[in-house]
Design a protein around this ligand. Structure first.
Ligand SMILES: CC(C)(COP(=O)(O)OP(=O)(O)OC[C@H]1O[C@@H](n2cnc3c(N)ncnc32)[C@H](O)[C@@H]1OP(=O)(O)O)[C@@H](O)C(=O)NCCC(=O)NCCS
Length: 154
């Protein structure tokens, strides 16, 4: 039988595994409070799962016709299999259906996997925020700001 990949809303019941995954996947992880705030604010908080097994999560903020991708994460054991791309494309389509026409995000220049994912998904750099992120040894790292148009097809 084919495995069923789907996206469902995140709930507060997901926060234990989401926070555990976040601390493994990110050098500067979101706190539980950050995820709670996103849920309470009504952001698009989504879980990617296959046959009921959570494989990733994403948080998007939608303001009128703009969507902002705040977090997208895929479990390490299943990275590099096209899941991040599928997740991002389906999220984009869902946001388009809810009226978003363009999507923005920030990414660390050092995050090669994320940069590659975003470029492949059609995002293009539109600017840079100096010293936006915390980095190792108390230093800071710039953010590359990227944007893509959303269409009915993605
Ligand atoms: C970024 C992330 C979501 C990508 O998810 P993924 O499921 O591994 O991505 P995909 O398999 O769909 O790959 C998408 C593209 O990125 C490329 N890619 C993925 N991982 C890569 C890596 N480590 N190095 C270089 N390229 C990589 C893939 O080859 C693919 O490009 P291609 O079509 O040219 O082959 C995942 O690596 C992750 O969760 N990282 C930790 C959390 C994070 O940094 N999130 C982003 C910031 S919030």
């Amino acid at each position: 039988m084919n495995a069923v990949l789907r996206i469902r809303p995140m709930t507060a019941d997901d926060l234990d595994w989401v926070c555990a995954a976040e601390s493994v996947l990110h050098a500067f992880p979101w706190t539980r409070g950050n995820f709670c705030d996103s849920l309470e604010a009504g952001h698009a908080c989504c879980v990617l799962e296959r046959d009921g097994e959570p494989l990733g999560y994403a948080i998007c903020l939608k303001i009128v016709d703009e969507a902002h991708l705040l977090n997208i994460s895929v479990m390490r054991a299943v990275q590099g299999q096209g899941l991040g791309r599928w997740f991002l494309d389906v999220l984009g389509h869902g946001l388009w259906e809810h009226g978003a026409r363009q999507m923005f995000l920030e990414v660390r220049p050092s995050n090669v996997a994320a940069l590659r994912l975003y470029e492949r998904a059609g995002f293009a750099p539109i600017g840079r925020r100096r010293d936006y992120y915390p980095a190792a040894d108390g230093r800071r790292e710039d953010a590359i700001v990227m944007r893509r148009e959303l269409t009915s097809g993605a």
